[in-house]
Write a protein that binds this ligand. Structure first.
Ligand code: 5GP
Ligand code: ZN
Length: 113
Protein backbone atom coordinates (compact mmCIF):
# COMPACT_ATOMS: atom_id res chain seq x y z
CA UNK A 1 0.00 0.00 0.00
CA UNK A 2 1.29 3.43 -0.87
CA UNK A 3 0.94 4.99 2.57
CA UNK A 4 3.80 6.99 4.04
CA UNK A 5 2.80 6.22 7.65
CA UNK A 6 2.44 2.49 6.94
CA UNK A 7 5.96 2.71 5.54
CA UNK A 8 7.16 4.35 8.76
CA UNK A 9 5.44 1.59 10.75
CA UNK A 10 7.18 -0.99 8.53
CA UNK A 11 10.50 0.90 8.93
CA UNK A 12 10.72 1.35 5.15
CA UNK A 13 10.92 5.11 5.73
CA UNK A 14 13.05 6.32 8.65
CA UNK A 15 11.53 8.23 11.56
CA UNK A 16 12.79 8.91 15.04
CA UNK A 17 10.27 6.71 16.82
CA UNK A 18 10.08 8.04 20.36
CA UNK A 19 7.28 5.76 21.55
CA UNK A 20 6.01 2.37 20.44
CA UNK A 21 3.78 -0.39 21.69
CA UNK A 22 1.77 -3.15 20.02
CA UNK A 23 -0.79 -0.77 18.55
CA UNK A 24 0.65 2.74 18.45
CA UNK A 25 3.85 4.56 17.50
CA UNK A 26 4.87 8.23 17.87
CA UNK A 27 7.52 10.27 16.09
CA UNK A 28 8.30 13.94 15.34
CA UNK A 29 6.51 15.63 12.46
CA UNK A 30 8.92 16.17 9.55
CA UNK A 31 7.66 19.76 9.21
CA UNK A 32 7.23 20.94 12.81
CA UNK A 33 4.80 23.80 13.38
CA UNK A 34 5.73 24.21 17.05
CA UNK A 35 8.74 23.42 19.29
CA UNK A 36 6.97 20.17 20.15
CA UNK A 37 5.18 18.62 17.20
CA UNK A 38 4.73 14.88 17.45
CA UNK A 39 2.51 12.49 15.51
CA UNK A 40 0.80 9.64 17.32
CA UNK A 41 -0.49 7.00 14.92
CA UNK A 42 -2.02 3.53 15.05
CA UNK A 43 0.13 0.79 13.49
CA UNK A 44 -3.02 -0.39 11.74
CA UNK A 45 -4.00 1.50 8.58
CA UNK A 46 -7.17 3.40 9.42
CA UNK A 47 -7.64 6.07 6.71
CA UNK A 48 -9.52 8.70 8.71
CA UNK A 49 -12.01 9.30 11.52
CA UNK A 50 -15.12 7.94 9.73
CA UNK A 51 -13.30 4.62 9.30
CA UNK A 52 -13.06 4.10 13.05
CA UNK A 53 -15.11 1.18 14.29
CA UNK A 54 -16.61 1.03 17.75
CA UNK A 55 -13.98 -1.59 18.56
CA UNK A 56 -11.30 1.07 17.91
CA UNK A 57 -12.46 3.22 20.82
CA UNK A 58 -9.78 1.75 23.09
CA UNK A 59 -7.20 2.66 20.45
CA UNK A 60 -8.24 6.31 20.50
CA UNK A 61 -8.32 6.28 24.28
CA UNK A 62 -4.78 4.88 24.30
CA UNK A 63 -3.59 7.49 21.76
CA UNK A 64 -4.85 10.31 23.99
CA UNK A 65 -3.23 8.74 27.02
CA UNK A 66 0.08 8.29 25.16
CA UNK A 67 -0.06 11.90 23.94
CA UNK A 68 -0.56 13.06 27.53
CA UNK A 69 2.43 11.01 28.65
CA UNK A 70 4.56 12.38 25.80
CA UNK A 71 3.52 15.94 26.67
CA UNK A 72 4.68 15.28 30.22
CA UNK A 73 7.96 13.86 28.95
CA UNK A 74 8.44 16.92 26.69
CA UNK A 75 7.88 19.25 29.64
CA UNK A 76 4.79 20.93 28.16
CA UNK A 77 2.16 19.32 30.32
CA UNK A 78 1.77 22.32 32.62
CA UNK A 79 2.24 25.05 29.98
CA UNK A 80 -0.39 23.50 27.72
CA UNK A 81 -0.67 21.75 24.41
CA UNK A 82 -3.10 20.78 21.69
CA UNK A 83 -4.15 17.44 20.24
CA UNK A 84 -5.48 17.61 16.70
CA UNK A 85 -6.90 15.01 14.34
CA UNK A 86 -7.52 16.31 10.83
CA UNK A 87 -9.95 14.19 8.84
CA UNK A 88 -10.84 14.33 5.17
CA UNK A 89 -10.24 17.01 2.55
CA UNK A 90 -12.01 19.91 4.22
CA UNK A 91 -10.63 18.81 7.57
CA UNK A 92 -7.15 19.47 6.20
CA UNK A 93 -5.92 15.88 6.25
CA UNK A 94 -2.84 15.42 4.08
CA UNK A 95 -1.82 11.87 4.96
CA UNK A 96 -4.60 9.28 4.71
CA UNK A 97 -3.55 7.26 7.73
CA UNK A 98 -5.23 8.38 10.94
CA UNK A 99 -2.88 10.42 13.13
CA UNK A 100 -3.02 12.73 16.10
CA UNK A 101 -0.85 15.84 16.25
CA UNK A 102 0.63 16.85 19.61
CA UNK A 103 1.54 20.53 19.43
CA UNK A 104 3.05 22.69 22.13
CA UNK A 105 6.01 24.65 23.41
CA UNK A 106 4.70 28.00 22.20
CA UNK A 107 1.50 30.02 22.47
CA UNK A 108 -0.86 28.50 19.91
CA UNK A 109 -3.43 30.59 18.13
CA UNK A 110 -6.95 30.33 19.45
CA UNK A 111 -8.21 30.18 15.87
CA UNK A 112 -9.36 26.74 14.86
CA UNK A 113 -10.01 27.23 11.24
P1 5GP B 1 -2.19 16.14 8.23
O1 5GP B 1 -2.07 17.40 7.43
O2 5GP B 1 -2.55 14.94 7.38
O3 5GP B 1 -3.03 16.27 9.46
O4 5GP B 1 -0.73 15.88 8.80
C1 5GP B 1 0.22 15.10 8.16
C2 5GP B 1 1.54 15.46 8.78
O5 5GP B 1 2.48 14.47 8.44
C3 5GP B 1 2.10 16.81 8.29
O6 5GP B 1 2.24 17.69 9.39
C4 5GP B 1 3.44 16.41 7.67
O7 5GP B 1 4.45 17.34 7.95
C5 5GP B 1 3.72 15.06 8.27
N1 5GP B 1 4.49 14.16 7.43
C6 5GP B 1 4.25 13.88 6.12
N2 5GP B 1 5.15 13.00 5.65
C7 5GP B 1 5.96 12.70 6.70
C8 5GP B 1 7.08 11.83 6.85
O8 5GP B 1 7.52 11.14 5.92
N3 5GP B 1 7.68 11.78 8.07
C9 5GP B 1 7.22 12.53 9.12
N4 5GP B 1 7.88 12.40 10.29
N5 5GP B 1 6.15 13.35 9.02
C10 5GP B 1 5.54 13.43 7.82
ZN1 ZN C 1 -1.25 3.60 6.37
Amino acid sequence: MDCVFCKIVAKEIPANIIYQDNNVIAFPDINPLAPTHLLIIPRKHIPSLPHLAEADSSLIRDMVHIANQLAKRQGISASGYRLVINSGKQGGQGVSHLHMHLLGGRQLSSALG
